[in-house]
Design a protein around this ligand. Structure first.
Ligand SMILES: NC(=O)c1ccc[n+]([C@@H]2O[C@H](COP(=O)([O-])OP(=O)(O)OC[C@H]3O[C@@H](n4cnc5c(N)ncnc54)[C@H](O)[C@@H]3O)[C@@H](O)[C@H]2O)c1
Ligand SMILES: O=C[C@H](O)CS(=O)(=O)O
Length: 567
């Protein structure tokens, strides 16, 4: 799910003439000085007076939302971070050919207009990262520890601004956003500690030889991240890379780049050397992404996103045999056995399914409930969903924010319509009538479907929205077979109090993560990752550094030769 057509800014704002660039630079300077002319900008020179309305509106956006209500407005950046410098719209460096407008999914209002990186910018960022890597790879573990701890302290100190920025561009309720900032920072703190534990091996191979296995940073790491966790998916890659001695080029989702830029700014303030952590903001991700995946200076690509895009990136990476980590799509099975504590299972489903309005890779996509407790479970979930409050994430009472864009709403509606057409029934829907100020937002009221069947799209397509389809099953063998009948294998959930069922089913489920009597499994101390078409590699936990290091075998021989005669 990429940039929905509803989100793409009009073509006219994408192209800047050379006049416009110089005008932008002068306009930006004038704005800073409290400029005159229309809307705080100097009167445009006559030759560009015919600037299209959309471009002028976009120009207006350049200065209008700079603060976004943050205490530290300087966290809102104008574009990519390359070699310690931010590109800006109409940048004097002549690189500004495109722009990207970031919008609030609750209102569709423009939040910030950014310089959009070109493939040429990507090359500059990679070369800058490589130069930084050649220095950083010699840093002591204690230096890496110190930098990451300082970064973590910066994030802690700006968590409210970061959470506000995240809610504005992603839509999730502020309390959830604050939780994500703390969860994302847990990765920074975890990998600060892991930086000083990059252990190797030493063996006595023979009387005359010793074997060493040392760990070294893999090199320049490219990170490509999704919009649903604009903070945690970034720190889950950047922190281990820096801890391992690598340098990073991050390409965040074009829908939510502001949080990534703010995190990079805080790393800069924490003392990250120029080029160690670069951020490429790109309106069209393909060109930049292809450069990251094919440039020989990049030795590692860590991707989190959809499986189709992951397959494209893997194909590109094969040309230079890059190390890859793939955190891809999910289709989680949520299994409730008839001996489960139903209230525990219902509470866990509400926490799991409606987190980020259902837009997480580990959300229950298929809720399987054993026949004997099916009606009770459906009724209890329906009552909870009716109590959900849909609204702007910055409004404290909201428990469900907007979806990320119009395409996401269309997909959720398509899945509900398809299910109803094949026999499912909507038994509950959260109440929501959009007030005028949210009429242009991408809202979808959470709903519960009963009598779901394996023929419905909700059974084999990732919904990525607040739709809870509940399937009935009879036996343990049946539900295990149905849960595994999917090309995806990221997470599953199992509710039972029978240790035999826990053992058989958690071992039998084909996935990377199993929550038993628990719906929230995310933890920086644990290895996160899937199997099959949900990806490869593990992020976080004691295995998280593996993906950013190589192991080198050194054999030292002739140890008992006569001592050298110094000449
Ligand atoms: N496994 C996990 O840990 C995990 C975590 C979050 C999201 N996801 C998955 O991500 C998907 C939703 O996120 P999304 O919509 O951002 O996914 P997406 O695949 O559309 O985009 C992810 C990133 O890839 C970039 N991208 C898209 N097309 C590209 C191309 N052709 N070349 C280079 N880069 C490209 C995007 O700009 C973005 O930065 C869901 O499938 C979800 O399951 C998985
Ligand atoms: O959306 C996918 C994320 O990886 C979920 S979590 O933040 O790791 O729980």
């Amino acid at each position: 799910m990429g940039l929905g057509s509803a989100m793409r800014p009009p073509a006219s704002v994408h192209v800047f003439s050379k006049w416009m660039r110089s005008w932008c630079v002068r306009a930006a300077k004038q704005l800073v000085k409290g400029g005159e002319g229309t809307g705080g900008f100097p009167a445009a020179p006559s030759r560009v007076r015919t600037v299209s309305v959309s471009a002028r509106k976009m120009m207006g956006a350049v200065g209008e939302q700079a603060s976004l209500g943050l205490e530290d407005a300087s966290l809102v950046k104008p574009g990519s971070l390359i070699a310690g410098r931010y590109a800006c719209v109409g940048g004097a460096d002549g690189s500004a050919e495109e722009t990207l407008v970031v919008r609030n999914p609750a209102t569709s209002a423009a939040l910030q207009t950014l310089h959009s990186a070109s493939r040429r910018d990507a090359v500059r960022a990679i070369e800058s990262a490589h130069a930084a890597f050649l220095q950083w790879r010699h840093s002591a573990p204690s230096e890496r520890y110190d930098l990451l701890q300082r970064w973590a302290a910066q994030i802690d100190g700006h968590e409210k601004d970061l959470a506000r920025l995240l809610t504005l561009e992603n839509g999730k309720p502020y309390a959830e956003a604050l939780g994500e900032i703390r969860y994302g920072n847990a990765y920074v703190k975890w990998f600060a500690e892991e930086a000083v534990r990059m252990y190797g091996d030493h063996t006595m191979n023979t009387r005359d030889s010793r074997g060493l296995v040392i760990r070294q940073p893999v090199g320049v790491a490219a990170a490509i991240t999704p919009w649903n966790f604009p903070c945690a998916m970034v720190t889950r890659k950047v922190a281990p890379a820096i801890a391992a001695g690598c340098a990073v080029v991050l390409k965040p989702a074009e829908l939510t780049p502001l949080t990534a830029l703010a995190l990079a700014e805080l790393a800069k303030r924490a003392g990250a050397p120029d080029g160690l952590f670069n951020v490429l903001v790109a309106a069209s991700p393909k060109a930049v992404g292809e450069e990251l995946c094919t440039n020989p200076l990049v030795r590692k690509v860590s991707f989190t996103g959809s499986t189709p895009v992951g397959k494209q990136l893997l194909s590109w990476c094969s040309s230079t045999v890059k190390r890859t980590s793939m955190e891809l799509g999910g289709l989680a099975a949520f299994i409730v056995m008839d001996d489960a504590c139903i209230d525990t299972a219902v509470a866990a489903l509400m926490q799991n399914k409606f987190r980020n309005a259902g837009q997480t890779c580990v959300c229950a996509n298929r809720i399987y409930v054993q026949q004997g407790v099916y009606d009770e479970f459906v009724h209890k979930v329906a009552e909870k969903v009716k109590a959900l409050v849909v609204g702007d994430g910055l409004v404290e009472t909201s428990s469900i924010g907007p979806l990320i864009n119009a395409a996401a709403v269309a997909k959720a509606n398509d899945h509900v319509r398809d299910a109803e057409a094949k026999g499912a029934k909507i038994v509950a829907r959260a109440p929501f009538n959009a007030p005028a100020e949210l009429a242009s937002g991408h809202f979808f009221a959470p709903c519960v479907l009963r009598d779901a069947t394996d023929e419905m799209k909700v059974s084999f397509e990732e919904t990525f929205g607040p739709v809870a389809p509940i399937f009935a099953f009879r036996t343990e063998e049946e539900v295990l077979a149905r849960a595994n009948a999917s090309p995806f294998g990221l997470s599953s959930y199992l509710f039972t109090r029978d240790i035999g069922r826990i053992t058989r089913l958690s071992e039998g489920l084909e996935c990377g993560i199993v929550g038993v009597n628990q719906g929230a499994i995310s933890d920086a101390r644990m290895p996160f990752g899937g199997v099959k078409e949900s990806g490869m590699g593990k992020e976080g936990g004691r295995y998280g550094l593996e993906d950013y290091t190589i192991r080198k075998y050194i054999l030292i021989g002739a140890l008992n030769d006569p001592p050298a005669v110094c000449r």
